[in-house]
Ligand binder design. Structure first.
Ligand SMILES: Cc1cc2nc3c(=O)[nH]c(=O)nc-3n(C[C@H](O)[C@H](O)[C@H](O)COP(=O)(O)OP(=O)(O)OC[C@H]3O[C@@H](n4cnc5c(N)ncnc54)[C@H](O)[C@@H]3O)c2cc1C
Length: 287
């Protein structure tokens, strides 16, 4: 791939990446897996003079579980999430969704955090981050701060991250034994972006749904947390009627865009169907 002339700087740590960004100002971009950024540079959608590559920053590598949470460093790739071995239903949900993220060569290079930083409305990880109350850790010249997923997304490709900050990690609470999870997606071809997708986690006790978390991809310019759908389900017996009510609420919560091969109306319908499928899968596991 031919890129326009650009300076390449390789950071050896997160702090070095922050320093390199500060040196280069608005002309710099953070390079993670490069699966989105390099295409944008190639086609002129983004213009930058300096790339700050995180690949050598060992402190941004690896996954860790502590205090009931999974922390994914900025260099954790989609493929590592696809293979995640962890004794919690969260791993099951992430593995299921990972299979829909692009295709294997892209999953081998692209990063989980890069997807959150890129904030594409159709991104599977962004929808799950909303559903599961993820927290983003960003580091900049003023130090480190955490941003909740509900505050992170500002619009298509816009987040709370300032240009001089590096997203160093994403933290997801574990779901706990007994949670059921589901993921359903509609896409035109294997490997293409979701036309619509729904991911969820539910808890059931004594035949009643006690907790439901539902995230939607490509339902609006930002990933959507279907709070009304969750409320419709909690306290119910999780019957097909309850699932249908929740799915209708999810579809109503969406404000989808039209594209040449997917009208807003079709997308809204699909979001309802996908939510019902994901919930049915999750309730089947939790029961
Ligand atoms: C053909 C194709 C199909 C795809 N299909 C899907 C799909 O179905 N679902 C999906 O979710 N994605 C899809 N993608 C996108 C892919 O998953 C990307 O890898 C991912 O979205 C971005 O991750 P990356 O590590 O490659 O980031 P990069 O491309 O390196 O960066 C993307 C953007 O995020 C910024 N960034 C990245 N990491 C950080 C960080 N740690 N701190 C600060 N800023 C950062 C960069 O500066 C850049 O602006 C597809 C891509 C292609 C080319």
């Amino acid at each position: 791939m031919k890129l326009p002339p650009i300076s390449y700087r390789r950071a050896g740590s997160a702090d070095e990446a922050v320093a390199l960004l500060a040196e280069s100002g608005d002309d710099a971009a953070v390079l993670a897996g490069g699966q989105s950024l390099l295409l944008e540079l190639r086609y002129g959608d983004v213009r930058r003079g300096v790339l700050v590559d995180l690949a050598g920053a060992a402190d941004l590598a690896g996954l860790a579980v502590a205090d009931g949470e999974l922390r994914l460093g900025a260099l954790v790739r989609h493929a590592a999430v696809e293979r995640l071995e962890l004794d919690d239903p969260l791993a099951r949900l992430l593995r299921r969704a990972a299979a829909y993220v692009a295709h294997p060569p892209i999953r081998a290079r692209g990063t989980f955090a890069g997807s959150l930083a890129w904030a594409h409305p159709a991104a599977e990880w962004c929808a799950l981050a909303r559903a599961l109350d993820a927290r983003m850790t960003v580091r900049g010249p003023a130090g480190e701060r955490e941003v909740a997923a509900e505050d992170w997304f500002r619009g298509p490709h816009r987040t709370q991250r300032a240009p001089d900050e590096v997203l160093t990690a994403v933290t997801l609470p574990l779901l706990g034994a007994g949670a059921g999870v589901g993921f359903a997606e509609l896409r035109r071809t294997s490997g293409s972006f979701a036309l619509a997708a729904a991911g969820c986690a539910v808890h059931v006790a004594a035949g009643r749904v006690t907790r439901a978390r539902i995230g939607l991809a490509n339902a609006a310019g930002v990933p959507v947390r279907a709070a009304e759908a969750e409320a419709a389900l909690v306290g119910s017996d999780g019957s097909p009627d309850a699932v249908r009510a929740a799915a209708d609420a999810a579809a109503a919560a969406a404000d989808p865009a039209s594209e040449p091969h997917c009208s807003a109306e079709y997308r809204r319908h699909a979001l309802g169907v996908l939510t019902a499928r994901a919930l049915t899968e999750a309730l089947g596991e939790a029961a």
